[in-house]
Design a protein around this ligand. Structure first.
Ligand code: GAR
Length: 204
C-alpha cells in the first residue's frame, strides 16, 4: 500500500514542488502526496498543489490559534487517512502534544547543518543571515524527524553546501535549496515511506 503523505507549508512551496517533481518522475514509489495544508492565508504553495491536482486547504494558524489550528489539522489528516507528515517550509511550531501523537511520522527540512543555526528564531532567510554573519565557509541542509520541540529528532539526511565570496542571504538560500533541500527532501520521504511499507508487511 502506498503511504499517504500530507505536506505542511507556509509560503512559496519550492520544496513542495520538488516533492511533486519526484513523485511524478517515479522517485517516490512507496508514497503518494494526498493533501497539502497551509498554515498561512495566500501561500503560493496552495496554487502549486492545485496545479498538480492535489487537495489543498488553508488553516490560518494566526486566526485559529494553536489549539484550533491543531484540531482542524488533525481532522484533515484523519479524513485523508494520512500516514506521514512532511514539513516543507512550514514555519509555525507544532505543540509537544501534537508531535507526540505522530511518533517518527513527522519529517522536517531545515536550511543548515543541524546543530548549527537551529532552534528559536532560526527559520527561512534568518538562518542564512546568521551563517553569513558568523562567517562559516560551509553550510547546508538537514532533513530530520520531529519527535521533540523545537529541532529534536533523528537526523535522516544532511548535505553540505559551500558559501561563496559575495553571497547574500538570498543567493545562499537559493544555492542551499538547489544543491541540498530539493535533492534531500524527496530522498528522505521515499526512505521513510519504504520503511513504513516494510513495517506494515511485517505486522500483517
Ligand atoms: C526553506 O528554505 C526551508 O528549508 C525553510 O523555509 C524555506 C521554505 O521554502 N524552513 C525552515 O526554515 C524551517 N525551520 P519553500 O516554501 O520554497 O519550500
Amino acid at each position: 500500500m502506498l503511504k499517504r503523505i500530507a505536506v505542511l507549508v507556509s509560503g512559496g512551496g519550492t520544496n513542495l514542488e520538488a516533492l511533486f517533481a519526484a513523485q511524478e518522475s517515479g522517485r517516490i514509489p512507496h508514497g503518494e502526496i494526498v493533501l497539502v495544508v497551509s498554515g498561512t492565508a495566500g501561500a503560493y504553495a496552495v496554487e502549486r498543489a492545485k496545479s498538480h491536482g492535489v487537495s489543498a486547504v488553508t488553516l490560518p494558524r494566526k486566526e485559529l490559534g494553536q489549539t484550533g489550528f491543531e484540531e482542524a489539522l488533525s481532522n484533515q489528516l484523519m479524513d485523508a487517512r494520512v500516514d506521514l507528515i512532511v514539513l516543507a517550509g512550514f514555519l509555525s511550531i507544532l505543540s509537544a502534544d501534537f508531535v507526540s501523537s505522530w511518533p517518527d511520522r513527522i519529517v522536517n527540512i531545515h536550511p543548515s547543518l543541524i546543530p548549527a543555526f537551529c532552534g528559536k528564531g532560526f527559520y527561512g532567510l534568518h538562518v542564512h543571515e546568521a551563517a553569513l554573519a558568523r562567517g562559516v565557509k560551509v553550510t547546508g541542509a538537514t532533513v530530520h524527524l520531529v519527535n521533540e520541540i523545537p529541532d529534536g529528532g533523528r537526523i535522516l539526511l544532511q548535505k553540505a553546501v559551500e558559501i561563496l565570496p559575495g553571497d547574500t542571504a538570498e543567493t545562499l538560500q537559493h544555492r542551499v535549496m538547489e544543491q541540498a533541500e530539493w535533492v534531500l527532501l524527496p530522498q528522505a520521504v521515499e526512505q521513510l515511506c519504504e520503511q513504513l511499507a516494510q513495517e506494515e508487511r511485517r505486522d500483517r
